[in-house]
Ligand binder design. Structure first.
Ligand code: PMP
Ligand code: GLN
Length: 381
C-alpha cells in the first residue's frame, strides 16, 4: 500500500507543551496568556452567535471588520487603507502568512528569511516552491547582519519575511534597520511579508514601526496582524492582511482555497475590539512590560544571563550562564523534568541548527505563576 510520511516535523510548541503536561511543569514554553482578554469583546462574540448571521461571511472578511482594520491602520500608523480592496480577514496570522507566501511565491523564487525565525515560515516557503535564503541575527543583541542580508538578496529574490516585534528574541526593529531593508527591497524590486502580530506589545517607550510606513514601501509590503495577540485571545485565530490591491489579489486567490472565510461572530467582536480606546492598547503594553521585568529579574536571580527584549511575549536567556554544558533541547527537557519549568529551545527557530545555547521564556502569565517559576529555578540552580 501507500506509505504516508509527512515531511513536516512536529512543532516545538506541541512537543514542549506535551512534556510540560506530562511532568506537571509550569509552561513558559508555548506563547499564550493565561488570562483571557477583555470581557466586553468576548460578550460581543457570544451575543453574535445568538443574533447571527452564522452562515459563511464574505470571502474577504465582513465589511465591518475590514473597515475596522483600515481604521486601525489609520489611527496607529497614519496609513490610508481602502477596506474594499486592501484588506483580507484570515483565520489567524498563521493563515495570513500561508496565503501571502502561497499567493506571492512562484516556484524557484528566492525568499529571504531571518533566523531565528517563527517555525511556520520555512515549511510554507518550501510548499510554495520557494528557495529559502537565510541570514542569522547575532546574539547576544540579536543584531541584524547587514552585509549577510545584502548578500542574501539577488535578482531572483521575490520577498523577505520580516517579523517585528520578533519571536523568539523580543527584538523590535528600529527605523535604521527598517530603512536598510527598504533600500534592499527597492534595489532588488522585491516585496516584504511583514509579520507584525506583536505590534501592540512594544515596551520601554519604543514605537512599533510598520515597514509599510517607510518611504516607497506602501506598495511593497504585506502587513499582517493578529487579534489573538492584540486582545489576549490566542485561540480565536483571527488575523488580518493589509496590502496594495496588486498584492491582495493573488493572496486572496490562495485564501479562497485555504479557509475561504473566518467565523462571523469572531469577526464582529474583533471589529469592536479594534475600535477600543487608546487606554486599552497602552495598558496591554504596560502590563506585559511589567511581566517582562518580573520574569527577567527572577531569572537573573536564578543566575541566568537574560538578553534585552523590547517587545513580544518572550525573552531569551543564555543557558551557559547557569553552568549548562549540553545543548538547549537537552536543557529544556532537563528543567521541565527536574525544576518543573518549561521553556523552548531557540535552536528550534533555525533551519538546520543555529545558536543552541539560548532558551525562550514566555512572560504573558499571571504574576504568581511567574514568581513560582522563578522560585523553582532559583532553587534548582
Ligand atoms: N507569527 C508569529 C511571530 C507568532 O508568534 C504567531 C503566534 N503565536 C503567529 C504568527 C500566529 O498567529 P495566530 O495565532 O494569529 O495564527
Ligand atoms: N506563537 C506561539 C509561540 O511562539 C505558539 C503558536 C503555536 O503553538 N503554534 O509560542
Amino acid at each position: 500500500g501507500n506509505t504516508i510520511l509527512s515531511g513536516y516535523a512536529t512543532t516545538i510548541f506541541t512537543v514542549m507543551s506535551a512534556l510540560a503536561n506530562e511532568h506537571d511543569a509550569i509552561n513558559l514554553g508555548q506563547g499564550y496568556p493565561d488570562e483571557d482578554g477583555p470581557r466586553d469583546i468576548r460578550r460581543r462574540a457570544a451575543d453574535a452567535v445568538f443574533e447571527g448571521p452564522n452562515q459563511y461571511p464574505p470571502m474577504m472578511g465582513t465589511p465591518q471588520l475590514r473597515r475596522a482594520v483600515a481604521a486601525h491602520n489609520a489611527r496607529f500608523y497614519g496609513l490610508d487603507i481602502d477596506p474594499d480592496t486592501e484588506v483580507i480577514v484570515t483565520s489567524g496570522a498563521t493563515e495570513a502568512l500561508c496565503d501571502s507566501l502561497l499567493g506571492l511565491i512562484e516556484p524557484g523564487d528566492e525568499v529571504v528569511l531571518i533566523e531565528p525565525l517563527y517555525d511556520s515560515y520555512a515549511p510554507i516557503v518550501r510548499l510554495a516552491g520557494g528557495v529559502a535564503k537565510t541570514v542569522r541575527m547575532e546574539p547576544p543583541r540579536w543584531t541584524l547582519p547587514r552585509e549577510a542580508l545584502a548578500a542574501a538578496f539577488s535578482d531572483k529574490t521575490k520577498l523577505i519575511v520580516l517579523n517585528s516585534p520578533h519571536n523568539p528574541s523580543g527584538k523590535v526593529f528600529d527605523r535604521d534597520e527598517l530603512s536598510f531593508i527598504a533600500m534592499l527591497l527597492k534595489k532588488h524590486d522585491a516585496y516584504a511579508v511583514c509579520d507584525e502580530v506583536y505590534e501592540h506589545l512594544v515596551f520601554d517607550g519604543l514605537a512599533h514601526i510598520p515597514l509599510m510606513c517607510l518611504e516607497d514601501m506602501r506598495d511593497r509590503c504585506v502587513r499582517i496582524g493578529s487579534a489573538g495577540k492584540t486582545f489576549s485571545l490566542t485561540g480565536w485565530k483571527v488575523g488580518y492582511i493589509t496590502a496594495s490591491p496588486e498584492l491582495i489579489a493573488p493572496i486572496a486567490k490562495a485564501h479562497q482555497f485555504v479557509t475561504f472565510t473566518t467565523a462571523p461572530h469572531l469577526q464582529s467582536a474583533v471589529a469592536y475590539g479594534l475600535a477600543k480606546e487608546a487606554a486599552y492598547f497602552s495598558a496591554l503594553a504596560q502590563t506585559m512590560q511589567d511581566k517582562r521585568d518580573r520574569l527577567t529579574q527572577g531569572l537573573r536571580a536564578a543566575g541566568f544571563e537574560v538578553m534585552a527584549a523590547h517587545g513580544s511575549y518572550f525573552i531569551t536567556a543564555d543557558i551557559r550562564s547557569v553552568g549548562h554544558v549540553g545543548g538547549d533541547v537537552d536543557f529544556c527537557r532537563h528543567i521541565t523534568i527536574e525544576a518543573g519549568v518549561t521553556a523552548v529551545p531557540v535552536s528550534a527557530f533555525y533551519e538546520g541548527g543555529g545558536a543552541d545555547h539560548f532558551v525562550r521564556f514566555c512572560f504573558c502569565k499571571n504574576d504568581a505563576t511567574l514568581d513560582e517559576a522563578c522560585r523553582r529555578l532559583q532553587k534548582h540552580f
